[in-house]
Write a protein that binds this ligand. Structure first.
Ligand SMILES: Nc1ncnc2c1ncn2[C@@H]1O[C@H](COP(=O)(O)OP(=O)(O)OP(=O)(O)O)[C@@H](O)[C@H]1O
Ligand SMILES: O=C(CO)[C@H](O)[C@H](O)COP(=O)(O)O
Length: 299
């Protein structure tokens, strides 16, 4: 954690909606006049799509498993290094994984490849990460400890799979069978690396559909916001003004002492109401820390 160079991370599985959530954060940053550097978790995959296909074949031959959720396919050290460097110096290195032709063409590259590593961050107010591993901890690395505000984006698992299957088939050119196989192959890593993160978050947002999603593998469409509720669990936030949220968000209620439930259509409003003051606090702490540093260097 760093008062001078704060880091916000939205962490969630593939298809959970971390990229979609980014627009809510960008709106808050614009409102508060904050300049952020945005980092995508997929940039820290170890392998291009072609290399990963080879790794999957090798793993299968030796009776092992490899998935995008685990440490074999992701460079957690590089991610921790970026967070540490940004926290200490306000800069670091990242790159982009290009999923689609639309993303790849401007770089004159093919989908499934990486852009070169480049320096980023200089002069920004905060680092914003969205991806699979913003709260990951293993025996050798601890990404979570560098994060000042850690948000879990966790639809219930049937909905997560529907979102992944429909996004990967419609936008990323994969077959339904290939996506289903990747869900199966990823399950062990999902339990070891993805879900433990949601016990380290400050707040979890869990979308719960109110329509039948009992066979996610045959679903034709993603349940809409109006066909869902969002369960918001405050884990590590003090002095939460639930009365204020209940007054401001029509149709909201509390299901437990630390849990607010809002209609799906109010998710954007809820995020704005809840996150804006927390982000403002991070920026105020940054201003104070920098003032203190200036004052000490004047001595
Ligand atoms: N709240 C939501 N309501 C309706 N659809 C949603 C919602 N959140 C995400 N989706 C849809 O689910 C799919 C996956 O979302 P998104 O691409 O944001 O996931 P992601 O977590 O960024 O995945 P990855 O890490 O694999 O890139 C997209 O098609 C998106 O439009
Ligand atoms: O979303 C993912 C992980 O978060 C993808 O599965 C991963 O980035 C690989 O992408 P692709 O299958 O398009 O090569």
């Amino acid at each position: 954690m760093s008062s001078r160079n704060p880091i916000i991370a939205v962490t969630g599985s593939s298809g959970a909606g971390t990229s979609t959530t980014t627009s809510s954060f960008e709106h808050i940053f614009r409102t508060l006049g904050i300049s952020s550097v945005n980092v995508e978790g997929d940039s820290f995959h170890r392998f291009s799509r072609q290399e990963m296909d080879m790794e999957k074949r090798k793993a299968k031959e030796s009776g092992e498993n490899i998935s995008y959720f685990g440490d074999k396919a992701n460079d957690f050290e590089a991610l921790e290094r970026l967070f540490r460097d940004y926290g200490e110096h306000g800069k670091g290195k990242t790159r982009r994984y290009l999923h689609t032709f639309d993303e790849a063409v401007p770089y004159n590259q093919m989908p499934g490849t990486f852009t070169p590593w480049e320096d980023l961050g200089e002069g920004t107010d905060l680092l914003y990460y969205e991806g699979l591993h913003g709260g990951v901890v293993t025996d050798t690395i601890d990404v979570a400890k560098h994060v000042d505000l850690l948000i879990g984006m966790v639809p219930i698992v049937n909905l997560e799979w529907i979102q992944k299957i429909i996004r990967d088939t419609n936008k990323r050119g994969h077959s339904r069978e290939a996506v289903t196989a990747s869900i199966v192959r990823s399950m062990e890593d999902y339990i070891s690396f993805i879900t433990p993160q949601f016990s380290r978050t400050h707040i979890n947002f869990q979308r719960v559909p109110t329509v039948d999603t009992s066979n996610p593998f045959s679903a034709k469409a993603i349940p809409s916001l109006d066909e869902s509720f969002v369960v918001i669990r405050f884990r590590e936030v003090k002095n939460v003004d639930f009365q204020y949220y209940l007054r401001m968000i029509d149709g909201s209620f509390m299901s437990r002492v630390s849990t607010l439930v809002v209609p799906g259509g109010k998710m954007g409003l809820a995020m704005e109401l809840i996150l804006t003051p927390l982000i403002r606090d991070l920026i105020e702490r940054k201003t104070q820390a920098n003032k203190q540093l200036d004052w000490m260097s004047d001595l």
